[in-house]
Write a protein that binds this ligand. Structure first.
Ligand code: NAD
Length: 302
């Protein structure tokens, strides 16, 4: 019986679909025998599918990634071996976009900060006055699946939405396509939605912005390094930061140096969540349905 390696939790209906295709589901994603026998792999971030891995997986014909990016897969090498690769960016986009809105509103309205104070029996109103989103300019960097969803959700708040994407001209009814320089000039809030590449590594530098701003990063930690965020706060260029990803999150449990960086961010209006933006119950279902459709079309020709 051909095998599918499950290196991610998938929905019951997706499991049933794979079983109906006569696959045996194998959870032993670190086992060389399982890898050698696998015809398909479903993974989130647990496996780095590089050349060595692909060479071990001699029977592999497809790789399905539960999540948006394919950066953990050597897709070029996979293509050279006729291995079909797909991901599920549409299924996860709404979850991330909602998280972005939650971070922005929480920061603008001091919700997390003031709620923490009340837990310590403090009732502080003046320093927790909010700032409204209406009239603010939001700069979106990277206008793909998530960037578009963020813009759509923001459209009801009466703010100006501008966006820059290096690889496309943005044509959207309520989003203004701008250059990166224009985005740096006008943004009150900036939100990153780019993949991590050599070009986007260390993208964020608070000094490039014309005015103090709020920075949101739900893309990858190395797009906006913690050091760059701390520097931005120290120079008063950052008013607030909402981060769902950290450059050192894969090194958990954190080193003394990482803890020192997190401790220094406690002094500022900064909300950090543990890479959960796309991690909703609904997103898993939607991503599984998206992957199933792609496999039906490209592997089973249905
Ligand atoms: P996508 O591929 O649909 O969109 C990315 C966009 O960025 C593309 O339009 C691309 O042209 C643009 N881009 C690439 N390089 C650029 C550059 N140098 N400058 C400006 N724009 C550039 O991806 P997506 O589904 O919107 O996801 C974006 C990123 O969000 C993912 O790569 C992933 O790293 C991250 N993500 C995070 C979570 C989470 O839970 N926090 C979940 C899903 C995705």
């Amino acid at each position: 019986m051909p095998k599918v390696i499950l290196a991610a939790s998938i929905s019951e209906s997706f499991q049933q679909f794979l079983i109906s295709k006569n696959y045996e589901l194998d959870m032993k994603y670190n086992n060389p025998d399982s890898i050698a026998q696998a015809e398909g792999i479903i993974t989130s971030t647990k496996l780095i599918i590089n050349k060595d891995f692909i060479n071990q997986a001699k029977n592999l014909t497809w790789i399905a990634r539960l999540g948006s990016g394919l950066e953990i897969i050597d897709t070029e090498y996979a293509a050279s071996k006729n291995i079909f690769c797909c991901s599920s960016p549409a299924g996860i986009a709404n979850a991330v976009a909602e998280h972005v809105i939650a971070l922005i509103i929480n920061l603008q309205k001091n919700i997390v900060k003031s709620a923490r104070q009340v837990q310590q029996y403090l009732w502080i109103r003046e320093e927790n006055r909010g700032v409204e989103l209406e009239g603010k300019t939001i700069g979106i960097i990277g206008f793909g699946h998530i960037g578009i969803k963020v813009a759509e959700k923001l459209s009801v708040f009466g703010c100006n939405i501008i966006a820059y994407d290096k690889y496309k001209i943005i044509q959207h009814p309520f989003v203004k396509n701008v250059s990166l320089q224009e985005l740096y000039l006008h943004s009150d809030i900036v939100s990153f939605h780019v993949p991590l590449t050599a070009e986007t590594n260390n993208y964020y530098n608070a000094d490039l912005f014309a005015k103090p701003h709020v920075v949101i990063n739900t893309s990858r930690g190395k797009v906006a390094y913690t050091e760059a965020i701390i520097k931005g706060f120290q120079s008063n260029q950052i008013i607030a930061a909402g981060l769902d990803v950290l450059d050192f999150e894969n090194e958990y449990p954190f080193s003394v140096q990482n803890i020192a960086q997190l401790a220094s961010l406690k002094n500022y209006n900064c909300i950090i969540t543990p890479h959960i933006a796309g991690y909703s119950f609904n997103a898993i279902q939607k991503m599984c349905a998206e992957l199933q459709k792609k496999l039906e079309l490209c592997i089973f020709n249905e």
